[in-house]
Design a binder for this molecule. Structure first.
Ligand SMILES: [Zn+2]
Length: 79
């Protein structure tokens, strides 16, 4: 059994409410420009046991490219 550092996924975490290790499920709580923020929730009581940020290069399926029309602000210096 090999431990993979850098690809950390928690399948079980200690839950202070349940007072024992519990399986957790990941829940996307916040899409970031650089990745996604996931929260580990105890599947038993739903307590938040931790969180992690996932940097995904293939994030564009979540965030479609916006039209640059609104960004194309014509700056005019009017005297
Ligand atoms: Zn729990």
């Amino acid at each position: 059994m090999r431990e993979q550092f850098g690809a950390f996924t928690a399948s079980e975490l200690y839950c202070p409410k349940c007072k024992k290790s519990q399986p957790v499920r990941e829940k996307l709580i916040l899409p970031l420009p650089t990745g996604e923020l996931y929260q580990f929730l105890c599947i038993q009581c739903g307590a938040s046991l931790g969180e992690r940020t996932v940097s995904s290069p293939s994030l564009r399926r979540q965030a479609p490219p916006r039209a640059t029309r609104s960004n194309a602000v014509h700056r005019r210096v009017i005297h």
